[in-house]
Ligand binder design. Structure first.
Ligand SMILES: N[C@@H](CCC(=O)N[C@@H](CS)C(=O)NCC(=O)O)C(=O)O
Length: 215
């Protein structure tokens, strides 16, 4: 087996794919693609992924990108059981819903805040963007009402994906004091395999954003 993840630790989606691999427990070789050095635009990487994004997975010649598609593939192919990505139709549908919610809402709103600060010279977080993310967190708070993990009583790849996103914005200093269920889940996530590795990448992401913010 030769499994390789093209990865950049500062990237939330990239950490999401890696957290899933760690939870599954599958050995994976990491190859860093430094986005700050524009390594994703090198000819060799463009041949692998013309969309030039991390994470990108290579499994014995099979190439896949999109972090959540990678997590689903790894869980289906290498999962010891179906706990992380249930086979039961409705349970799986719920995990998928949370994954899409992360992809289309949480991650998108975090990116809307952080990308202009990292790359476009923005120096503050506009109130409408703050409100937008907090409205999404209202929903996450609701999902976690009476539920230990985001899609039920078991940790799934929805948790690894969403935690990778949430940990990025927490490292920027986001206030989640009005979301007690999210706070409790964030503490729970310290038990995720690969948690420390994720924290280090999230910390670097947070520092990169904070250094461009007006004090
Ligand atoms: N929806 C994608 C997002 C991937 C993505 O946008 N990756 C960014 C880093 S966060 C990237 O590689 N950007 C470099 C580029 O597009 O050139 C996923 O979840 O994998």
């Amino acid at each position: 087996m030769s499994l390789k993840l093209y990865h950049f630790p500062i990237s939330g989606p990239s950490r999401g794919a890696l957290l899933a691999a760690r939870a599954i427990g599958v050995p994976i070789q990491i190859e860093i693609v430094d986005l700050f050095k524009k390594e994703q635009l090198k000819e060799g990487f463009l041949k692998i992924n013309p969309q030039h994004c991390v994470p990108t997975l290579e499994d014995d010649g099979f190439i896949l990108w999109e972090s959540r598609a990678i997590a689903c593939y790894l869980a289906d192919k290498y999962g010891k059981d179906d706990q992380l990505y249930p086979k039961d139709l409705k349970q799986r549908a719920l995990v998928n819903q949370r994954l899409y919610f992360d992809c289309s809402s949480i991650y998108v709103k975090i990116r809307a805040i952080c990308f202009p600060i990292l790359f476009l010279g923005e120096t503050e977080i506009k109130q409408n963007l703050k409100d937008d993310l907090n409205t999404t967190f209202d929903l996450l708070e609701e999902f976690l009402r009476g539920s230990k993990w985001v899609a039920g009583d078991n940790m799934t790849i929805a948790d690894t994906s969403i935690y990778a996103s949430v940990s990025s914005i927490l490292a920027v200093g986001w206030d989640i004091s009005k979301f007690p269920n999210i706070q409790r889940w964030v503490l729970e996530c310290a038990s995720l395999p690969g948690y420390q590795e994720n924290q280090e990448g999230a910390q670097d992401f947070g520092e990169a954003v904070k250094k461009n913010l007006k004090q």
